[in-house]
Design a protein around this ligand. Structure first.
Ligand SMILES: [Zn+2]
Length: 289
């Protein structure tokens, strides 16, 4: 008898789960993942990605809101990064990007804004770097997919050389050598660690190794946003990606539950969306501020 009850309960829970999932199946990807639909909201519902995962790790409440209410993110820093990236993708990709973002790139007089004058400096610096130009060979903007701890992931790799078992990711950063304070770990970290680029590399490496059955070596091509841009190729020699994979393993199930409406999202309390929506009812002492 008890067995039946348990079985019924299980079944009703499955139905509940199905009805929750149906909310998201409406947002189904219509085609396989490609360069046209890679950044579509439907692709984010279908695949986890380093960007999405990092967003959920920062603030689940805000990440879920962004997933449910997608808007085009045209923050200047992001456009600057993509401006540099598109140049090294192809002449055509850069021309299209510039045309599509003319209003953001150019100021009132029709001349590029300061941030894009700087971006051009970064491009010129990279373009004049012999070792980078010689090494940066392979498929540009290569889309990869894989399964990490039971969840499908996607990634877009700046430059992938399957034959050499190497892949590159261009990162624009304020400074290559400065260390940045991390409130959580209470230490200063370099930009690769601070911005969790190690997790992105670990995910790409895992997906590539699943796809091709061979080992892959990630390399970050860093260029700084300084007046005189600094440049450096960064390897992960001696770095253990196990910690990044463990972070995914430890947090992914909960994040998926949040996405599918089975768990409450955690509010970080200090991001833009948390500030915009908060309704504090408590009063805190001046001594605790
Ligand atoms: Zn928040």
């Amino acid at each position: 008898m008890q067995q039946t009850t348990l079985e019924n309960l299980k079944q009703s829970q499955n139905l509940k789960l199905l009805s929750q999932l149906s909310k998201t199946t409406q947002k189904k990807l219509k085609e396989p993942l490609n360069s046209q639909n890679y950044y579509d909201n439907t692709a984010d519902w279908r695949y986890m990605s380093p960007t999405l995962f990092k967003r959920f790790m920062t603030c689940e409440f805000s990440a879920l809101h962004a997933l449910e209410n997608p808007t085009e993110n045209n923050a200047e820093a992001l456009v600057v990064g993509n401006y540099v990236h598109s140049y090294f993708e192809s002449v055509k990709a850069h021309a299209t990007f510039v045309k599509d973002h003319e209003q953001i790139i150019n100021g009132r007089g029709g001349k590029p804004k300061a941030a894009f004058v700087k971006a051009q400096k970064m491009i010129d610096r990279l373009d004049n770097w012999h070792a980078f130009k010689a090494a940066y060979k392979g498929k540009k903007e290569a889309i990869v997919t894989g399964n990490i701890f039971g969840v499908d992931w996607k990634g877009k790799i700046d430059c992938l050389n399957v034959e050499a078992g190497i892949f590159f990711d261009i990162k624009t950063t304020r400074s290559i050598h400065d260390h940045i304070w991390n409130e959580e770990t209470r230490t200063k970290e370099n930009f690769v660690v601070r911005y969790n680029y190690t997790l992105q590399m670990a995910a790409y490496k895992t997906m590539l190794e699943q796809m091709y059955g061979q080992e892959f070596t990630p390399v970050i091509v860093a260029v700084s946003k300084e007046d005189h841009p600094d440049i450096q190729m960064i390897s992960f020699d001696g770095y253990d990606f196990e910690q990044d994979l463990q972070l995914i393993k430890d947090n992914q199930e909960h994040i998926m539950n949040v996405i599918y409406g089975k768990a409450e999202p955690f509010k970080c309390g200090h991001c833009d969306y948390c500030k915009d929506t908060k309704q504090p009812t408590d009063v805190i002492s001046v001594l605790d501020l």
